[in-house]
Design a protein around this ligand. Structure first.
Ligand code: 5RP
Length: 250
């Protein structure tokens, strides 16, 4: 289907790789450090040359001028609760594929959870969203997580979650880096592109990106490690170098 092909080619570029920056945290964490003034963060990040940004619909609708002609846009269409929620809640659709499409989305992203009592509704959401995305030629990115954060990078969980999302119709997977011994097997078990999520700013994100690319990931989708960096623009430029320029020798 040409819609998906063309949109994916905008996100992944000529070498089939991508640097995505996630700027959708305000929906659940509020105005945290680095995104307090989101429009100015968007401008700084774009100066670094990312392939795409993950944004919530309200931000795309209100700040389209900052984005037009400068980067691809991935619209988050699920959400659950804020940091103040007393308990975990499963992501549900907070808007529609059609609305994301109307605002110019190059893809939509949904969150899926496995390993908890609500996983069936999470899988149902992925399947139904994949069907709607297919009708519109819009790529679906699924961010697949174990419900228990203790297991967020556990290859046993990620491997089943990745495969479930692939079989339910995801076009791209966003998963945490599971490590040298397991990532390439997970990547090889799904015939779709895999990008690596960032997580909190407590690691060497550049080293993780480098390793993940060598193990078959097609790029990164980092948030806090980029927008909470001392110099977010320089951080994006370094990621672009790692993901795109070094790929010939990777
Ligand atoms: C929001 C998300 C974000 O898209 C993103 O993955 C978080 O980015 P990071 O962990 O790299 O700060 O998951 O629910």
């Amino acid at each position: 289907m040409s819609g998906k092909r063309l949109r994916l080619s905008r996100i992944f570029g000529g070498d089939g790789r991508t640097v995505i920056v996630a700027l959708d945290h305000g929906q659940f964490q509020g105005p945290i450090s680095g995104i307090f003034d989101l429009p100015s963060t968007i401008e700084k990040i774009i100066s670094g040359g990312p392939d795409a940004l993950i944004l919530n619909p309200g931000i795309v609708a209100k700040h389209a001028d900052l984005l037009a002609g400068k980067t691809s846009v991935i619209v988050r269409i699920t959400g659950a609760s804020t940091s103040y929620s007393p308990s975990f809640d499963y992501h549900r659709l907070t808007t529609s594929v059609e609305y994301a499409l109307s605002m110019g989305a190059d893809a939509v992203i949904v969150m899926g959870f496995i390993g908890g009592p609500g996983e069936s509704s999470s899988l149902e959401l992925i399947g139904h969203t994949a069907e709607v995305c297919d009708k519109h030629g819009l790529p679906l990115i699924v961010e697949m997580l174990p419900q228990d954060p203790e297991h967020s990078a556990d290859p046993k969980y990620i491997s089943i979650g990745a495969r479930a999302a692939y079989e339910l119709g995801a076009d791209v997977l966003k998963i945490y880096y599971t490590g040298k011994d397991s990532l390439s097997k997970i990547v090889d078990s799904v015939a779709i592109r895999v990008v690596i999520a960032g997580g909190p700013k407590d690691k060497d994100a550049f080293a993780m990106a480098r390793e993940a690319i060598q193990l078959g990931a097609r790029g990164v989708a980092f948030g806090r490690n980029v927008f909470q960096a001392e110099d977010p623009e320089r951080c994006v430029k370094e990621l672009v170098k790692i993901v795109h320029e070094r790929c010939a020798g990777a």
